[in-house]
Design a binder for this molecule. Structure first.
Ligand SMILES: [Zn+2]
Length: 74
């Protein structure tokens, strides 16, 4: 959940750590606008997860997340 410049994990409520106004933690941000073939047609959902909650979430997947190495970080 974003509040001003702050990001909170929707699952555990933790606030993203910031040092000297620079984020020192990476969070996952999910944005989804549901379409016609859903029960939520036209509804937008948004949430953020800290790395620990993300790891816990994807551990439940029956097909693991795809992982590739990114050589150049922008
Ligand atoms: Zn969390």
């Amino acid at each position: 959940m974003k509040k001003g410049n702050e990001i909170f994990c929707n699952k555990c409520g933790k606030k993203r750590k910031v040092q000297n106004e620079i984020p020192v933690e990476d969070f996952v941000s999910v944005q989804k606008t549901w379409g016609f073939f859903s029960d939520k047609d036209g509804v937008a959902h948004e949430f953020d997860l800290c790395e620990e909650c993300y790891d816990e979430f994807v551990r439940q997947f029956c097909i693991p997340v795809e992982e590739t190495e990114v050589k150049e970080m922008l």
